[in-house]
Design a protein around this ligand. Structure first.
Ligand code: 2RA
Length: 340
C-alpha cells in the first residue's frame, strides 16, 4: 500500500528534481499526478522510467490524494495550498509563504523530524530555504554537543536558486564575454553575473540586510534553537548548481576541531571531506546530484574562546529543496500517515 502523490510545479527546476528523487528513493507511490500552470498544460515530465503529462493546477481536485509536494512559488501557493489542505491532501510546500507561521512546522528531517507531527493544524508542512537547509544539517549535531551561541555565515549561492531564466542568463553572459557581437539582456539580475558576484538575494529590508539573510536567521532559530544568534551575508555567484557557505560558529563551551569533525562524520545527511591539502575539500561542481551536505575546512577559530570555522556545500535543488521535501514526505509517512 502506497500513497497518492501530487507534484505541483512539475515543470520547474525543483519540481522535476522532486520527481527524480521520488523515483530514486522509491517513495511508495500508488498513483501520481503532475500539475503545472495552464500555459504548460500537457508538458511531458519524467518520473523514473515513466513519462507523465502535466495536468492543470487550476482545475485539479485534490480530494482523495494523500500528499502534495508544492514548488510553485508563494503567490500560487497562497491560492492552491488551502485547496489541497482542505481536501485532506497534506501540502509540503517549498515556498517561503508558510515557513514563519507558528502553526505550521518548518522541517529538516535530520534536525527536527518530530515537527512533522504538528502537520494536522493546517495540513501544511513548510520546506526551509535552500541556504538554511544545508547549514542546519551541520549545526544541529554540533549544537547538541556544545550549544551554539552565534553563527556568522557568508553564502556563495548558485544561479539555479533564481530559476531557469537565471541559468540561461549566466550561460548567455558567459558566451558573450568571448563573442563581443553576442548581445544579451539582463532579465533576472540588475548587474552581470558572469565573472562577477552579486551581494544581493531577494528584497532589501529596513535594516540593510536582505530577505534571504533574514530567512537564514529566522529559519535557523525555528528549526534548531531560538537562542542561536545568526548573522548572514548572502551572495550570488556564477555557478549553475550548488550553494556554498563559509560558516563561523561560537559555542557556549570549547569544542575541539577533531571532535567536531568526528561528530559531523557521524551526523545524518553529512559527508565530511576534509584534508589539509590540495583538493582536500568539496566545491559546488562536485556536489551536484548528490544528497549529502558536504563539510570541509573544519578548523578552530582562535580569535575567540570557543570558535570553529567550516565550509559547507550542497546541491541547492536537492537538499536545498526537492530532497528535503521528499524526506519530509518519508518522515510524515513513517511517523504519521502510515500505510498498511
Ligand atoms: C535563492 N534561496 O537561492 C533562494 C531561493 N531558492 O535564490
Amino acid at each position: 500500500m502506497g500513497y497518492k502523490v501530487v507534484v505541483a510545479g512539475a515543470t520547474g527546476n525543483v519540481g522535476r528534481e522532486m520527481l527524480n528523487i521520488l523515483a530514486e528513493r522509491q517513495f511508495p507511490v500508488d498513483e501520481i499526478a503532475v500539475l503545472a500552470s495552464r500555459r504548460s498544460l500537457g508538458t511531458e515530465v519524467s518520473f523514473g522510467e515513466r513519462t507523465l503529462k502535466t495536468e492543470d493546477l487550476d482545475t485539479f481536485d485534490f480530494t482523495g490524494w494523500d500528499i502534495a509536494l508544492f514548488a510553485i512559488g508563494s503567490d500560487a501557493t497562497k491560492k492552491y495550498a488551502p485547496k489541497s489542505a482542505a481536501a485532506g491532501c497534506v501540502v509540503i510546500d517549498n515556498s517561503s509563504l508558510y515557513r514563519y507561521d507558528p502553526d505550521i512546522p518548518l522541517v529538516v528531517p535530520e534536525c527536527n523530524p518530530e515537527a512533522v507531527e504538528q502537520y494536522a493544524k493546517k495540513n501544511i508542512i513548510a520546506n526551509p530555504n535552500c541556504s538554511t537547509a544545508q547549514m542546519v544539517v551541520a549545526l544541529k549535531p554540533l549544537h547538541e554537543r556544545a550549544r551554539i551561541k552565534r553563527v556568522v555565515v557568508s553564502t556563495y549561492q548558485s544561479v539555479s536558486g533564481s530559476g531557469k531564466d537565471a541559468i540561461d542568463e549566466l550561460w548567455d553572459q558567459t558566451k558573450a564575454q568571448y563573442n563581443p557581437t553576442a548581445d544579451y539582456e539582463r532579465k533576472v539580475y540588475t548587474k552581470d553575473i558572469a565573472f562577477n558576484v552579486i551581494p544581493h538575494i531577494d528584497k532589501f529590508m529596513e535594516d540593510g540586510s536582505t530577505k534571504e539573510e533574514w530567512k537564514m536567521v529566522v529559519e535557523t532559530k525555528k528549526i534548531v534553537d531560538p537562542s542561536i544568534k545568526v548573522t548572514a551575508t548572502c551572495v550570488r555567484v556564477p555557478v549553475f548548481v550548488g550553494h556554498s557557505e563559509a560558516v563561523n560558529i561560537e559555542f557556549e563551551e570549547f569544542l575541539d576541531e577533531d571532535e567536531a569533525r568526528d561528530i559531523l562524520r557521524e551526523a545524518p545527511g553529512v559527508m565530511v571531506i576534509d584534508k589539509r591539502e590540495d583538493g582536500g575539500y568539496v566545491t559546488p561542481r562536485e556536489c551536484v546530484g548528490d544528497y549529502a551536505t558536504f563539510i570541509s575546512r573544519i578548523r578552530q577559530d582562535s580569535t575567540i574562546d570557543n570558535g570553529l570555522n567550516l565550509w559547507c556545500v550542497s546541491d541547492n535543488l536537492r537538499k536545498g529543496a526537492a530532497l528535503n521535501a521528499v524526506q519530509i514526505a518519508e518522515t510524515l509517512g513513517n511517523r504519521v500517515l502510515k500505510k498498511g
